[in-house]
Design a protein around this ligand. Structure first.
Ligand code: ADP
Ligand code: MG
Length: 635
C-alpha cells in the first residue's frame, strides 16, 4: 500500500536568536517555505498587544521602536535558563518560581514566547504547502544543555508541533552543505556569526556520522554589535552636521540603528552606499556616503573577537587549522566580505575566494591543497533550516540517498560479576558493528550463565536499562574454568543480535532485540546526564565491587592456605593472618554502602597482603622443595 504523500512530512526549523526559518525536502530537494509575502526569514520578534493578540516577525519588528515594552527580542537567550544566569536585556520576572519575560503587561515563559514564533512558522509552512504539517526537527546551538533543549522541545509542542528531534545547528549546516557525502573521514569547522551570537563548532564526519568535537563562542557577540558601533559612528556624524546631539529618543535611535544595519547589508555587495534619513528630527535631514572601507574599520575589532574562540576550539579538539578539510560559513553576518577574508586568513584556507565561488563543488582530490577549503556555496542564513529539513527527510524515510548512518545512542553491554555493567559496544559507535568478549563462571560448579543485556552509561547494572535476558547452561566447572563467548551484533536496521556460546561444547543461544538504537532523544540525554551527575558515586561503586571481589578471593585463599599449613606456621604469623582475614571479612559484610567502606577495605586488604607474605613465601618454598625432590628422584 502506498503512503499518502505529505502526511509524513517532517519539516526543519531554525529557531534563531534574530531570525527563524522553516524548510522541507520536496521531491528530494530541500527548500525554504516562504510566507505568503515571499519572506524567507521570520524575524524572531514577538509583540504582545492589549488583549490576547500577538504579532510576530516583520510586523513586530516594525513596532519595536514605538512599543518596546510590549515587544520581545532574542527570546532564545532565555530558553531553559534561571534568573541568575540570564542576560538582563529585557524586563524579567518570575512565574511559579521560573524565569519569565514581562511584556505587554503580562509574564511569559521563554518557551511560550518561542512558541509564538513556532506557531507562525507552522502557519507559514501549511500555507506554503496547502496541507497540514505536524512533525518537525528543531535546531539548537551545540552548546545548549539539557534544560535548554527541553525548553525548545516544549516550545515546539506548545505550538502544535510533534518534535521529532532536536538537532545541533552546526550539524544541520553541515548537512545542508552536503558534507555528509564527503569522503569517509573529514574534519570541518562551522563558523556561525548571526545577529547576536557567535559559535565556532568543530565537527568530525566519520562514515557518515557527524560528531561535535569542540564548540566555542560568545552568546552576546554578533551582527547587532556592528550595527551598534556603526550607529554610534552615525550619531557622531549627525551631531557634527547640526542634527540632534543625543539619541535618547527611542524612535530616532531606532531609525539610526536600522539605517546602520541597512548600510552594513548593502556594503556586503557594494563598495559604497548612501545613508539618507529625511526628517530625522523636525526640519533636519541627514545624508552621507559610507564606504566599505570605513565600515570595515568600524567592524574589524568586533570580528577580531571571534578569533580567540576559533583558536580555543581548535586547541580543545587538539587540531590545527591545517587538519581541517573545510570551513563553512553560517549566519547572515558572514556575508560581509571582511568576515570571509579574515576567516580564510585565520584558518589558512587555500585560496578562499576561488573555492568559495565554486558552487557545490565539494571535490577534495586536490592533493597539493594545504589549508582547508572555505566553502560559502550555501546561503548562510538558510543553511541551518535546510539541514534540519534534510534530517527530517531522512527520519521520515523520504530521502534515502544520503549516507547518514546511525550511531548507538547509548552503550550496550551485559551484567557481569558483582552487578557491574560490562560494555561491549560503547555509545556513539557507528552501526553496523560487532563486538564480543569471553566470560567465565564466578562460582564453583555453576551450571548456567545469565546473559543480562543492558543499555546505558552507568557503572552499576541496576542503574541501566534491561533490554533482555536469557540463560545459557553449561557443564559444571570449577570457578573460572567455564568459557562463554558473548557476541553483540548490531545490524544496519538497528537490530541487536545477542549470541552466547559455550566454547567447550559449542552450545549456543541467541536473542534479537529491537529497541537498541531507537531511543527517544530526551531519554538518551537524561541517561548521559545522570551518568555525569553520578560519575563519582558510580566510580566508587565500581571500585567497591572490584575491591570486594578481590577481598573475597584473598580471604578465601588465605583461609585455605592456613588450613593447609597449619603445622608449619608459627603461632604469631597464624594469628596475625587470622586477624587480617577477619578484618577484610567484616568490612565486606558492611556492604560498601558508605563511601568510607572502600577506603577501609583497601587498607584491610593491604594489611592482609602484608600479613600473608610469609605464607606466600612458605608456599613458594614448599613448591620449590617439591620440585627439587622430584628432579632428584628423576636423576
Ligand atoms: P541568527 O542566527 O542570530 O538568528 P542570522 O543568521 O539570521 O541570525 O543573522 C542575522 C545577522 O546577519 C544580522 O545582524 C544581519 O544584519 C546580518 N546580515 C544579514 N544579511 C547580511 C548581509 N548581506 N551582510 C552583512 N550582514 C548581514
Ligand atoms: Mg542562526
Amino acid at each position: 500500500m502506498g503512503r499518502v504523500r505529505g502526511v509524513d512530512d517532517i519539516v526543519g526549523i531554525d529557531l534563531g536568536t534574530t531570525n527563524s526559518a522553516v524548510a522541507l525536502v520536496e521531491a528530494g530537494i530541500p527548500g525554504i517555505l516562504a510566507s505568503s509575502q515571499g519572506e524567507r526569514l521570520l524575524p524572531s520578534i514577538v509583540r504582545y498587544h492589549a488583549g490576547r493578540a500577538v504579532s510576530v516577525g516583520v510586523e513586530a519588528r516594525r513596532s519595536l521602536a514605538a512599543h518596546p515594552a510590549d515587544t520581545v527580542v532574542s527570546v532564545k537567550r532565555y530558553m531553559g535558563r534561571d534568573r541568575g544566569d540570564a542576560p538582563p536585556a529585557v524586563a524579567l520576572g518570575e512565574r511559579d518560581g521560573r524565569l519569565a519575560i514581562l511584556a505587554g503587561g503580562a509574564s511569559h515563559l521563554p518557551e511560550e514566547v518561542s512558541a509564538e514564533i513556532l506557531r507562525d512558522l507552522k502557519a507559514r509552512a501549511e500555507g506554503a504547502l496547502g496541507r497540514p504539517v505536524q512533525r518537525a526537527v528543531i535546531t539548537v546551538p551545540a552548546y545548549f544543555n539539557h534544560a535548554q533543549r527541553e525548553a525548545t522541545k516544549r516550545a515546539g509542542e506548545l505550538a502544535g508541533w510533534v518534535v521529532e528531534r532536536v538537532l545541533n545547528e552546526p550539524t544541520a549546516a553541515a548537512l545542508a552543505y552536503g558534507l555528509s557525502r564527503l569522503r569517509e573521514r573529514s574534519k570541518l569547522a562551522v563558523y556561525d556569526l548571526g545577529g547576536g551570537t557567535f559559535d565556532l563548532s568543530l565537527l568530525e564526519l566519520r562514515e557518515g556520522v557527524f560528531e561535535v568535537r569542540a564548540t566555542h563562542g560568545d552568546t552576546c557577540l554578533g551582527g547587532d554589535d556592528i550595527d551598534q558601533a556603526l550607529g554610534g559612528w552615525l550619531a557622531e556624524r549627525i551631531a557634527a552636521s547640526g542634527g540632534p546631539s543625543d539619541m535618547n529618543d527611542p524612535a530616532t535611535s531606532t531609525r539610526v540603528r536600522m539605517a546602520a544595519e541597512a548600510a552594513k547589508v548593502a556594503l556586503s555587495s557594494a563598495v559604497e552606499t548612501e545613508i539618507v534619513l529625511p526628517f530625522l528630527v523636525e526640519q533636519f535631514h541627514f545624508h552621507c556616503v559610507l564606504t566599505r572601507e570605513e565600515l570595515e574599520k568600524i567592524a574589524r575589532p568586533i570580528i577580531d573577537k571571534t578569533r580567540a574562540h576559533c583558536r580555543q576550539a581548535l586547541s580543545d579538539a587538539g587540531w590545527t587549522a591545517t587538519d581541517l578539510d573545510q570551513v563553512i560559513l553560517v549566519g547572515g553576518q558572514t556575508r560581509m566580505p571582511l568576515v570571509r577574508r579574515l576567516v580564510a586568513e585565520w584558518f589558512q584556507c587555500a585560496d578562499g575566494a576561488q573555492f568559495g565561488a565554486v558552487r557545490g563543488n565539494l571535490s577534495m582530490s586536490d592533493a597539493d591543497r594545504r589549508g582547508p577549503m572555505l566553502n560559502t556555496s550555501q546561503h548562510p542564513e538558510e543553511a541551518v533550516a535546510l539541514g534540519a529539513a534534510i534530517q527530517g527527510a531522512i527520519l521520515s524515510g523520504s530521502l534515502n540517498d544520503v549516507l547518514l548512518l546511525d550511531v548507538t545512542p547509548l552503550s550496550l553491554g551485559i551484567e557481569t560479576f558483582g552487578g557491574l555493567m560490562n560494555v561491549l559496544i560503547p555509545r556513539n559507535t557507528t552501526i553496523p558493528t560487532k563486538a564480543g568478549e569471553l566470560f567465565t563462571n564466578a562460582v564453583d560448579g555453576q551450571r548456567e550463565l545469565l546473559v543480562h543485556v543492558l543499555q546505558g552509561e552507568r557503572e552499576r547494572a541496576r542503574d541501566n536499562w534491561t533490554l533482555g535476558r536469557f540463560t545459557l547452561s553449561f557443564d559444571p566447572a570449577p570457578r573460572g574454568a567455564a568459557r562463554v563467548g558473548v557476541q553483540f551484533e548490531l545490524d544496519a536496521d538497528g537490530l541487536l543480535h545477542v549470541l552466547a556460546r559455550d566454547t567447550r561444547t559449542g552450545c549456543e543461544k541467541r536473542l534479537t532485540i529491537k529497541s537498541a538504537v531507537d531511543v527517544e532523544d530526551t531519554k538518551v540525554q537524561q541517561m548521559v546526564e545522570e551518568s555525569v551527575e553520578h560519575a563519582l558515586a558510580d566510580w566508587d561503586a565500581r571500585r567497591w565491587v572490584e575491591a570486594s571481589m578481590r577481598g573475597r578471593e584473598a580471604a578465601a585463599a588465605a583461609r585455605q592456605a592456613l588450613g593447609e599449613m597449619q603445622a608449619e606456621l608459627p603461632e604469631e604469623v597464624r594469628s596475625r593472618v587470622v586477624r587480617s582475614v577477619e578484618a577484610v571479612e567484616s568490612v565486606l559484610a558492611a556492604g560498601g554502602e558508605d563511601a568510607g567502606d572502600l577506603i577501609l577495605l583497601q587498607s584491610a586488604l593491604k594489611q592482609l597482603d602484608e600479613d600473608t607474605t610469609p605464607l606466600a613465601d612458605l608456599l613458594v618454598e614448599r613448591a620449590m622443595d617439591e620440585l627439587l625432590r622430584r628432579r632428584g628422584a628423576l636423576r
